[in-house]
Design a protein around this ligand. Structure first.
Ligand SMILES: [Zn+2]
Length: 326
């Protein structure tokens, strides 16, 4: 995973890198390298790649005053090859949503060993908010008494879920969303996507380019567009509630709720060109939105999705048919 991120330099992260470098490592740096950094910002903007870039600069054996790691020394080559003994990555295991205490203990143990090559030992924590209470408490001890030349870099899209005691011991680096041009340009370099698809993917991804890239690379965008025709078809005839329901629940029910919310939100905020939605009053659109929101919240609770979808689709059918007649 780290290997894939070495030498990845997203254009929109240049400002954040510059800020970090000037603040902590450059000739004019006002502060020494902190023991703990917290990189915050939306999911899907490349915080981990920035963390890897910082780690590489710290581990690089070419100690000059240039901004970038040299890419040539043994440390740089090891990183690009897939592993460096003084760099660790912590993240939740595949079968779990949480980072557990044993994982943190293991990490701390490895940090306490003497640094092998460069002097620094660096640990990256991806989605740090996933640490459960015990894991966070274990990490806190290390943050309180960090070893010499030990650097922890926490990445989190939801820093509010981290204990305040952890946040307060980290230097904060907020990574902003890219401007729309950089995001579009980046997505155009990946494949021959249409500008319509790129813009829809960016909207769905909250303007986060890596998340948008994931959507573009999957069949999800087509599902999102299908919702249009399915809901139109329910009003005009040719589609049935049971057919739509089985289609939605078979794929990813939670995703469908989010996409329905997205389309409705476009309507409520005056950004839709969907004819049927334009005919529905603002008040009724709000009602549909609130029902979908309830459906989405329940979608994680183990209730039957088909019943939730059916209820909402009935409401849609009645509201949209009525609006179509006026
Ligand atoms: Zn190097």
């Amino acid at each position: 995973m780290i290997k894939d991120l070495v030498n990845v330099k997203y254009s929109w992260l240049a400002g954040s890198w510059e800020q970090f470098y000037q603040q902590y490592l450059g000739a004019q740096a006002v502060a020494g390298m902190p023991h703990a950094l917290l990189l915050t910002g939306a999911a899907g903007i490349g915080k981990l790649s920035l963390a890897v870039r910082i780690a590489q600069k710290l581990l690089c054996q070419q100690h000059d005053q240039t901004e970038n790691a040299c890419g040539q020394c043994k440390a740089c080559r090891m990183l690009a090859g897939g592993g460096h003994p003084d760099l660790a990555l912590l993240q939740n295991e595949e079968d779990s949503q949480q980072i557990k205490v044993d994982q943190v203990r293991e990490l701390i143990h490895s940090l306490n060993l003497t640094a092998g090559m460069s002097g620094y030992r660096v640990a990256l924590i991806k989605d740090a908010e996933r640490m459960n209470t015990n894991a966070a408490n274990a990490l806190l001890k290390t943050l309180e008494e960090p070893g010499d030349k030990t650097v922890l870099i926490l990445c989190s899209a939801q820093p509010g879920r981290l204990p305040a005691t952890i946040r307060s011991r980290c230097q904060l680096l907020h990574v902003p969303l890219p401007d729309s041009d950089s995001a579009v340009q980046y997505l155009q370099t990946i494949d021959d996507y249409s500008i319509d698809d790129i813009q829809l993917a960016l909207q769905l991804a909250g303007e986060a380019p890596l998340l948008a890239a994931e959507l573009l690379g999957s069949d999800k965008l087509q599902c999102v567009r299908n919702i249009y025709s399915q809901l139109d078809g329910l009003v005009a005839g040719g589609q049935s509630i049971s057919a739509i329901t089985s289609d939605w629940q078979e794929y990813a029910p939670g995703d469908y709720w989010q996409w329905i919310l997205f389309w409705l939100h476009q309507g409520i905020t005056g950004r839709t060109r969907w004819p049927i939605l334009l005919k529905i009053s603002a008040r009724k659109q709000q009602d549909l939105y609130m029902s979908a929101l309830r459906g989405w919240r329940r979608s994680g609770s183990g209730l039957r999705h088909d019943l939730q979808f059916q209820e909402w689709l009935l409401q849609w059918q009645s509201v949209a048919a009525q609006a179509g007649r006026t």
